[in-house]
Design a protein around this ligand. Structure first.
Ligand SMILES: [Zn+2]
Length: 223
């Protein structure tokens, strides 16, 4: 369809390319690891397979239909399945960011969830950030495991793999990815001094309530 939808898609392609490059600049993505997607009217846009972040351009972003079939030139990220399935299952999610960022991946290799050791955990929508079961990259089995770990949350760890973060907007998904990576880093540091003191259920409930009306998760909620 020519006109507005084409302009919108062009703008979204540019947003995704810029987001992917900024993940690389911030050390969350190395070479061509990780991927970024954004919901469209009849599918989604996703970063390409195997192209290093600094070489990704708006034109190299791949358009996919809702079934997960490419409808533009290029080869989509090998992880397109869980992006497709998150968009299908989660109406609250319009953007997905996946990274192999060091701290989140280190914790995911322990197959540990991130417990309520810091109130900012509430940014991800609950009182923990779960770690999924392990499955081979690119498989439907992995997508299924991610959806289970992501239930009711905006982020999950992926066993022996990395991190998935979501948002109503791309800026929110990027914020969640960056914050969860930072929280995993602090949690790993804290563990070195012994098990951290965890917040109680009531304390996390208060933090979650406060985040609903005030906090970074509301920043840029509607693009
Ligand atoms: Zn990956």
């Amino acid at each position: 369809m020519p006109g507005r939808s084409t302009h919108r898609e062009a703008a979204d392609r540019a947003l995704i390319a810029e987001a992917y490059q900024s993940l690389a600049r911030d050390g969350l993505v190395r070479h061509a690891s990780g991927n970024v997607s954004l919901r469209q009217k009849n599918g989604f846009l996703i970063t390409p397979s195997g192209i290093p972040a600094h070489d990704v351009t708006p034109e190299s972003i791949v358009a996919m239909n809702a079934k997960g079939e490419p409808v533009s030139a290029g080869k989509p990220s090998s992880e397109w399945r869980f992006h497709r399935d998150i968009f299908a299952a989660r109406k609250d999610v319009n953007a997905v960011v996946h990274t192999h960022s060091p701290a989140a991946t280190a914790l995911a290799c322990q197959r540990r969830s991130l417990p309520p050791f810091h109130y900012m955990i509430a940014l991800a929508g609950g009182d923990d950030v779960r770690c999924s079961d392990y499955a081979l990259f690119g498989t439907q089995e992995l997508s299924d495991a991610v959806l289970v770990a992501l239930a009711g949350r905006k982020a999950c760890l992926m066993a022996n793999h990395g991190l998935v973060a979501c948002g109503a907007t791309l800026s929110e998904a990027m914020l969640v990815a960056t914050e969860v990576e930072g929280l995993c880093d602090v949690y790993l540091r804290s563990l070195q001094a012994g098990p951290p003191i965890l917040l109680s259920g009531a304390e996390m409930k208060a933090a979650l309530a406060a985040f609903k009306t005030y906090g970074p998760n509301n920043a840029g909620r509607r693009a």
